[in-house]
Design a protein around this ligand. Structure first.
Ligand SMILES: [Mg+2]
Length: 238
């Protein structure tokens, strides 16, 4: 049994950048077992609002790689920002400098809905040179960054999926050892490093060599890609 199921979104609960019927099967299974699902994603704060308002079973979503927790109580949606106002401002100021330094590299469209981080679409960074120039600039300015399946995300302050989950568990009075986390990519590594029960869905194999920290369970086979892997694992362990 799992007290709470935590899961990454892109590539883990989605398939080929879209929601598949399997996502709804995962939700139905968890609902039937009365087990909460908390999505822990690099997607924006505005996406957190979307998920909570469109999937009534969800009550909490951790967004922006751990920068903010968005929660719903009844009809009311609240957000808890996990970095300081000073870091929120430093990031906004950095973005002004960034646009001057890299005028041809747009921030992702969803950066408009972001508060504690910003993103650049990886497909806008196809040239390796540009990617390393931007990395060097982020390092020079002491801005943290990570890559997800789709984005180069960057932020100020101490933000990680694990830090946010740890905070969330403390609020709920639950222990990490009673919970499970599913992920598939580099930005899930803080969870793989510190969360006892972590599961990599089968598509994680594409980044396996790049992972410094690996999940405790690694699923394999076409039948365990993304949401299929989540569903199969939950069916076996609930
Ligand atoms: Mg992912």
């Amino acid at each position: 049994m799992h007290k709470i199921v935590f899961s990454d979104f892109d590539g883990t609960l989605t398939y080929k950048e879209g929601l598949s019927p399997i996502f709804f099967d995962v939700l139905s299974l968890l609902e039937s077992k009365k087990t909460p699902l908390v999505i822990v994603t690099g997607r924006s704060l505005s996406w957190g609002h979307f998920l909570l308002t469109h999937f009534p079973y969800l009550t909490d979503v951790i967004v922006e790689g751990g920068g903010t927790i968005v929660s719903r109580t009844g009809k009311f949606i609240t957000e808890e920002c996990l970095i300081s106002d000073a870091d929120v401002k430093r990031l906004a100021d950095f973005c002004v400098d960034f646009k001057l330094k890299f005028p041809n590299t747009p921030l992702s469209v969803d950066s408009f809905g972001r508060k504690t981080d910003r993103a650049i679409e990886l497909h806008d960074l196809q040239g390796g040179m540009l990617f390393s120039d931007i990395e060097a600039y982020l390092r020079e300015k002491n801005i943290n960054y990570s890559t997800s399946n789709v984005h180069l995300n960057f932020w100020c302050g101490e933000v990680s999926k694990f830090k946010a989950v740890e905070h969330f568990l403390k609020l709920k009075g639950e222990s990490a050892s009673d919970c499970v986390f599913f992920g598939d990519s580099l930005n899930d590594q803080t969870m793989f490093k510190s969360f006892k029960n972590s599961v990599g869905v089968a598509n994680i194999k594409s980044v396996m060599d790049l992972l410094q920290y690996k999940p405790t369970t690694i699923l394999t086979g076409d039948e365990n890609v993304g949401p299929w892997g989540v569903l199969n694992y939950l069916k076996k362990t609930m």
